[in-house]
Design a protein around this ligand. Structure first.
Ligand code: SAH
Length: 345
């Protein structure tokens, strides 16, 4: 299979072009075509000499990812189901808000982590996405949105981003690059189930990324039921890595906490969370559970549980936000569209 040209950073392309006997500066032109002008093949790149285009065609590909389905919610959230060359299905979401448009991207075909609340884990793991397959989701969504503008990217789609570390960071560097998409690292959020090694590595990348850690319970006994990965990397190990991340990057880290009705919403749960996070530069993002075809059936939180939990944390001085569910009328939480399509197929 030919190497997709979008797998490479600008610096790598400059090297490769030179090795092929092409001028180095052509790499920036190609970048501009790919990431600013939506070129989908080498013949579109009008300012490249014919010979250069031929050389590129001989050494690189620009693979298409095909849109299988787009679902649009009444709140204008859109879910995209894409088919890759090997017929693998991935999904992405575009979430418009007043002054922003967030693209939620997948990083793997399936997921190894089997979180109890998640529709993706239930379907198993197939493979990592290549950098270009992560970028192609972004580019395909951008073509579809008003003013062609995506303001934020969250890696909260299917997969565990830090389990596909190298390809993810490559895609981020390409999005971040001045010659490419030019999306600020601060506008990109990596959500992880809590892989300490990946978190520590990320801290040293020199990127001002937003990090979100899926906590979902502050007690190991409860967290292990919801996230089996907690048996390997318990909360203590995750916290060591997060503290290093904060110390090195000086960034505020977000802890995601899905409120599972009757499971992790008690005074003890809230108190444990406060003790765990006290004094750290963090924020808590509370997320009402969205019932899905998950491994364990949980209940969404009652309004009273949600209000109690939020006010308890706030009173104890934590920075708390509540995620408003979007796209509830379409197959809402990430992984659900793919899951439904696979069950149909
Ligand atoms: N593997 C990564 C990224 C994918 S999950 C991680 O674990 O963080 C990203 C987020 O999707 C989860 O933290 C949670 O916020 C959300 N999510 C997934 N399934 C959900 C569900 N059924 N209800 C509510 N939120 C869900």
């Amino acid at each position: 299979m030919a190497d997709d040209i979008r797998n490479h950073t600008l610096a790598e392309l400059q090297e490769k072009f030179e090795a092929l006997g092409l001028e180095r500066y052509r790499a920036a032109q190609v970048y501009e075509w790919l990431y600013k002008k939506d070129a989908e093949n080498f013949s579109d790149m009008a300012n490249l000499p014919q010979k250069t285009r031929e050389a590129l065609r001989a050494h690189f590909s620009i693979e298409k990812i095909s849109v299988q389905e787009i679902e649009t919610s009444i709140d204008l959230t859109q879910k995209f189901l894409f088919k890759l060359k090997d017929d693998a299905l991935i999904e992405s979401v575009s979430i418009p808000a007043r002054d922003r448009l967030t693209a939620c991207l997948s990083t793997q075909v399936g997921c190894r982590f089997s979180c109890a609340f998640c529709a993706s884990g239930a379907l198993g793991f197939k493979r990592n996405l290549k950098p270009f397959e992560i970028l192609a989701q972004y580019l395909a969504i951008r073509k579809n949105v008003p003013l062609h503008k995506i303001t934020n990217v969250v890696f909260m789609g299917v997969g565990e981003p830090l389990d596909n570390y190298e390809n993810l960071v490559k895609a981020i560097r390409i999005m971040n690059s001045d010659a490419g998409i030019r999306l600020g690292a601060r506008k990109m959020t990596i959500s992880t189930s809590g892989l300490p090694e990946g978190i520590e590595k990320l801290a040293k990348e020199g990127l001002q990324l937003e990090l979100s850690v899926s906590l979902h319970a502050a007690l190991d006994s409860k967290r292990s039921v919801v996230l089996p990965v907690n048996n390997k990397f318990p909360i203590g190990a995750v916290m060591v890595a997060v503290k290093k991340y904060i110390a090195l990057t000086k960034r505020k880290v977000t802890f995601e906490y899905i409120l599972l009705g009757g499971y992790n919403t008690s005074v003890e749960d809230a108190q444990a969370l406060v003790e765990l996070l006290r004094g750290l530069n963090v924020r808590v993002n509370l997320i009402p559970y969205n019932p899905s075809s998950s491994r364990i059936k949980f209940q969404p939180p009652a309004k009273s549980e949600l209000l109690f939990f939020k006010s308890f944390l706030t009173k104890k001085g934590l920075d708390v936000t509540l995620r408003v569910p979007r796209g509830m009328d379409i197959t809402a939480a990430c992984g659900q569209l793919r899951s439904r399509a696979m069950q149909k197929g």
